[in-house]
Design a protein around this ligand. Structure first.
Ligand code: BTN
Length: 321
């Protein structure tokens, strides 16, 4: 982080005189003044009181890699972090990075996506500065058939993190949509690469509508989608949410690698809005009663048979090169 910002962060809500800043940072008063002006241009707000000093009164709502990394306490997830002002899709960038050998934990984030991808070939609306649009690279040593576990695990981590941080009672709609009061707040898209029946890598694409206003959604999503800000009545700090999500995700991911799918299944079932309801999925209709060990939704048909339905959410990407 910028040393001047670090200094203000270490003395929250305090006025610091120009002299004190220049002494602490070992730079001239005019260099301090120039830096403050440069930060103002980036959207930082400083209260300046003559003969008292400056107080940091506001930060730009722009994600900053250095600030995120300074707060992140994960072992692996979120490192290295690649942050872009604009991308076509973080999933596309993840594939490009994977082709160059990106390591597990790498995170690709974009303030805006111009061609955000949803599942089933749909597009994903990703306006600038108001959401978290990201792709997380994972390389678990698991069979390809276990890929659905990762989708469900990501939904559990995100749902738990939102509940903990905002008190919003998000629920999971099978397989991995997050809903609040029946409206979608987040979507997850997994793209996998495989070799001989084993997963080589996964790009877990996660979109969270954080601070979108109602008018930010296109007409066709007006009554289907919402944001954490609309649902909770106040803006959510995207950096705080991102860091909390990565930490929660790492907790569930490590638990999964140690103990398998069973603990994830229990929590997914407890957070699900799909169970004990009639559903029409995968060409069948019936009562959703739970998940099986592979992560398929178990649907009890009207004739009494129970059938597993696998998510059509997982796209297989073609490894380049
Ligand atoms: C869905 O259809 O529900 C899945 C949406 C996934 C959207 C996210 S946003 C970040 C990542 N990049 C993309 O292009 N898509 C995913």
């Amino acid at each position: 982080m910028n040393r001047l910002l670090e200094l203000f962060a270490s003395r929250p809500d305090q006025y610091l005189s120009g002299e004190e800043i220049s002494r602490t940072l070992g730079v001239s008063r005019s260099a301090v003044w120039k830096q403050i002006n440069r930060l103002r241009e980036e959207g930082y707000v400083f209260d300046a009181v003559p003969r008292v000093g400056y107080k940091l009164a506001g930060k730009p709502d722009k994600l900053q890699a250095s600030s995120i990394l300074a707060k992140l306490k994960t072992n692996k997830l979120g490192r290295p972090l690649f942050l872009f002002d604009q991308l076509d899709s973080t999933q596309n960038e993840a594939q490009r990075r994977l082709s160059e050998g990106a390591e597990e934990g790498s995170l690709i984030l974009a303030e805006e996506q111009t061609a955000g991808k949803g599942r089933l070939g749909r597009s994903w609306h990703s306006p600038p500065g108001k959401g978290l649009w990201m792709s997380l690279i994972l390389k678990p040593d698991i069979p390809f058939a276990s890929a659905p576990h990762l989708t469900l695990l990501t939904a559990v981590a995100l749902c738990r993190c939102i509940r903990r941080l905002t008190k919003i009672e998000a629920l999971i709609k099978w397989p991995n949509d997050l809903l609040v009061a029946g409206k979608k707040i987040s979507g997850i898209l997994l793209e996998t690469r495989l070799e001989e029946e084993r997963l080589v890598s996964v790009a877990a694409g996660i979109g969270i509508c954080v601070n979108l206003e109602q008018a930010d959604f296109p007409a066709e999503l007006q009554d289907k989608a919402t944001s954490l800000m609309l649902a909770g009545g106040e803006p959510v700090d995207r950096e705080v949410l991102l860091v909390a999500f990565l930490e929660e995700m790492e907790h569930w991911y490590e638990l999964y690698l140690r103990e398998g799918f069973a603990p994830i299944r229990t929590v997914w079932e407890a957070l699900s809005t799909s169970l004990q309801r009639r559903v029409a999925v995968g060409g069948v209709e019936g009562m959703a009663v739970g998940l099986n060990e592979q992560g398929a939704l178990l649907v009890r048909l009207d004739d009494g048979r129970t059938v597993p339905i696998f998510s059509s959410n997982i796209a297989e990407s073609t490894p380049a090169g």
